[in-house]
Design a protein around this ligand. Structure first.
Ligand code: ZN
Length: 178
């Protein structure tokens, strides 16, 4: 996906997919039935023109009054449409791991490395396997540091392959299904 691609719109304090933004707009503006089959940007331009909104300069109006575009690059992987609930970023949740209630930070790091390798279909080398099978990290600061270095490395590998890891207590890895 091109990061400059318009994939959503903010309007009245929510965010919508292109299909739903027209429905939202139609609640307050007359839109002909044909409008729902037209390219979304064309409809927006028409309605903007009828309302004296200058879409060319979004700073001149408020998103409470008229939708503003959201580019892919500004969307969180988990962002969903306020109307249909579809994921807007095009990412799917591929791995969800609970955090502190299920495992320690060290255990979480070990599981993360193993999940990442699975997603990228990479066989872990023996040194890494030994490290993530090791359970005495807390008593061994060197091992713990090596473990967290590996987490950083695997985050980079995931990013290179188009995945996004979001840590929030546990973590979620997003990616696009083939
Ligand atoms: Zn929608």
């Amino acid at each position: 996906m091109n990061s400059a691609e318009i994939i959503a719109y903010t309007y009245r304090a929510d965010i919508y997919c292109p299909k739903c933004i027209i429905k939202e707009l139609a609640k307050r503006n007359p839109i002909s039935p044909a409008g729902f089959d037209m390219p979304v940007e064309d409809v927006l331009n028409q309605v903007a023109g009828a309302n004296g909104i200058d879409r060319g300069d979004e700073a001149t109006y408020d998103s409470d009054d008229f939708p503003k575009v959201v580019f892919a690059v500004y969307l969180e992987p988990s962002e969903v449409c306020g109307n249909c609930g579809n994921n807007l970023s095009g990412y799917d949740m591929l791995v969800i791991r609970e955090g502190a209630s299920q495992r320690t930070a060290d255990e979480g790091a070990a599981v993360f490395i193993s999940d990442s390798a699975d997603l990228l279909k990479v066989e872990l080398d023996d040194a890494t396997k030994n490290l993530i099978d090791f359970t005495g990290w807390l008593d061994n600061p060197d091992a713990e540091e090596a473990l967290f270095d590996l987490v950083t490395e695997w985050e980079g590998r995931l990013a290179d392959a188009g995945f996004v890891a979001v840590w929030d207590d546990g973590y979620i890895i997003y990616g696009r299904k083939p």
